[in-house]
Design a protein around this ligand. Structure first.
Ligand code: SAH
Length: 503
């Protein structure tokens, strides 16, 4: 049985600049062969048992020679596997996709090619440079800065044509050949004052753009240490960048922000960071372990009608409770005559997604806030159910018990996630990390445990953002300064605290 190969363009780097078709290929593959220009975050979308093969590091320093890559892809398909060959940009734009496809054709292996947004298109756009413009360029020309040196006529670059064409010129793989490129263009008649832009790591949070003129391009590139991968753009369209540079203007552009929540919850904050142009670095410190075969919870759900209030302190508590309801073949109507209380906006949102609008959401998103709201309206006839985490603060249960019957049921436990210890250690030494966010006291404690006592003081070199006073206090107990505290205990408010922070 023969498998199938998809030669897939992964786009220029921004996580969302990939096609639906490419994602579908990634999700169904048994093997993914990728190199350094494809955003590796896409690998998270793959099947659990998918095999990942990294075949490239730097552009001129392939881990595997091209012939071996071609062979590898074909062999995996011949084993009957579905293979995705994931390449940065588009597979046919200097990606040697043609050569890979030819071998597949020769070996009679089924293949499809999925185009991607190529870096000259996506990269110029994110640098604020329109690739054509009626006032500036009526064509664009994508040129290799690294032509074959084996004397094949078809590969020779026609410098005279390029110098005189009046279109936007984009050189790929051109950094090491820059002197040659600019000299040839000038000697064939291109104005030496033509603007030039170097766009490195285009569309990524670490995108960097340096501008020059054709005449001083080489000196500027050396002085500013321009390194691959870089697009070299030559043309007056570069000047429009002053007006059209939407990407670098985003409030969190260029900021590297560590997210320490558990994996399932970090996606929300990461998504918001990305939307605002920042780079989220997820280091989950918590894993949620549900109580297995929770008979106690089942028992309370059976007698739910006896309760007058139910209190949820977290999205996890909501999700676990409703999963159990569902398992027991009940729906949201089981809560129809109970007042539902939610501590925190996210908790309220989670309840809403289950079809119920919380009756009480305290203005202060902590247990004390809920107690304030409840203390004057409950009486000894009320019965309150609180499904929640093991080791949660006992304030609420204690205070409410003074007034009426309160039943606490443990539904989950937050435990330390030790998978990310090495990443955590790396991050605290990394000068490029700007912020570390903590959204609860347990993320603080777990993070400190991950990095170990001896490293805790290094956190004083980072900007620590805390979700609220209790979390801040936990940080300070470790003798680490809190740089900023969110005004409200929400993820949005954490993000606001960072975006308001002018560096
Ligand atoms: N198939 C790719 C190009 C591969 S050639 C595409 O369609 O984009 C590799 C060269 O592409 C790099 O040397 C660099 O010049 C350019 N390149 C690709 N992605 C880039 C990025 N995100 N930022 C800057 N240059 C990029």
């Amino acid at each position: 049985m023969k498998g199938k190969v998809y030669l897939v363009g992964a786009g220029p780097g921004d996580y969302k600049l990939i096609t639906l078709k490419a994602l579908e290929c990634i999700r169904k593959s048994d093997v993914i062969v990728y190199d350094r220009l494809a955003n590796i975050d896409y690998l998270k979308e793959a099947k659990e048992d998918c095999e990942f093969i990294n075949v490239g590091k730097a552009s001129s320093n392939h881990l595997l020679p091209q012939d071996d890559i071609n062979r590898l892809i074909a062999d995996k398909a011949l084993e009957g596997k579905i293979v995705t060959r994931l390449k940065g940009g588009d597979p046919y734009v200097f990606g040697r996709g043609g050569e890979e496809a030819e071998l597949l054709y020769d070996e009679n292996i089924d293949f499809e090619v999925v185009p991607g947004i190529t870096s000259p298109i996506g990269g110029l756009c994110y640098a604020g440079i329109p690739i054509t413009h009626r006032d500036h360029a009526s064509s664009f020309h994508v040129v290799t800065g690294h032509p074959r040196k084996d004397g094949k006529e078809t590969q020779a670059i026609n410098w005279n044509a390029l110098a005189n064409v009046k279109g936007t010129l984009i050189f790929l793989m051109g950094v090491s050949n820059l002197k040659h490129i600019s000299e040839n263009l000038i000697s064939e008649g291109k104005d030496k004052n033509t603007p030039v832009a170097f766009i490195s790591w285009a569309t990524r949070p670490n995108q960097r753009v340096v501008t020059a003129t054709l005449e001083n391009a080489y000196d500027v590139a050396i002085r500013k240490n321009v390194q691959p991968p870089t697009l070299i753009v030559v043309g007056t369209v570069v000047n429009l960048r002053e007006k059209l540079n939407f990407f670098e203007e985003k409030p969190l552009f260029g900021k590297n922000i560590v997210v320490t929540r558990c994996r399932t919850q970090s996606s929300l904050i990461s998504e918001k960071i990305r939307d605002m142009g920042g780079n989220p670095i997820e280091i989950p410190t918590i894993k949620i372990q549900r109580v297995q075969e929770n008979h106690e919870l089942e028992f309370e759900i059976e007698r739910l009608k006896e309760y007058t209030y139910i209190v949820f302190n977290s999205k996890n508590a909501v999700d676990i409770f409703f999963d159990k309801l569902n398992d027991m073949n009940f729906d949201a109507r089981a809560l129809s005559n109970i007042k539902v209380c939610a501590v925190g906006a996210e908790t309220a949102k989670a309840i809403k997604s289950k079809g119920i609008i919380a009756d009480i959401v305290p203005k202060k998103y902590v247990s004390e806030g809920l107690y304030e709201e409840l203390k004057d309206i409950i009486n000894e006839n009320d019965k309150i159910l609180i499904p929640r985490a093991k080791n949660a603060r006992d304030f609420l249960v204690k205070k409410l018990s003074e007034k009426c019957y309160v039943k606490e049921v443990i539904t989950y436990e937050s435990v330390i996630d030790t998978n990310n210890k090495n990443l955590a250690l790396k991050v605290i030494d990394d000068e490029d990390i700007d912020y570390i966010t903590f959204a609860s006291s347990s993320t603080v404690k777990n993070f400190m445990q991950l990095i170990g006592k001896d490293n805790i003081q290094k956190l004083n070199n980072k900007k620590i953002i805390s979700i609220g006073p209790i979390t801040s206090k936990t940080v300070e107990d470790f003798e680490v300064k809190v740089y900023k505290e969110a005004k409200e205990a929400t993820i949005d408010s954490i993000i606001d605290a960072i975006s308001d922070d002018k560096k």
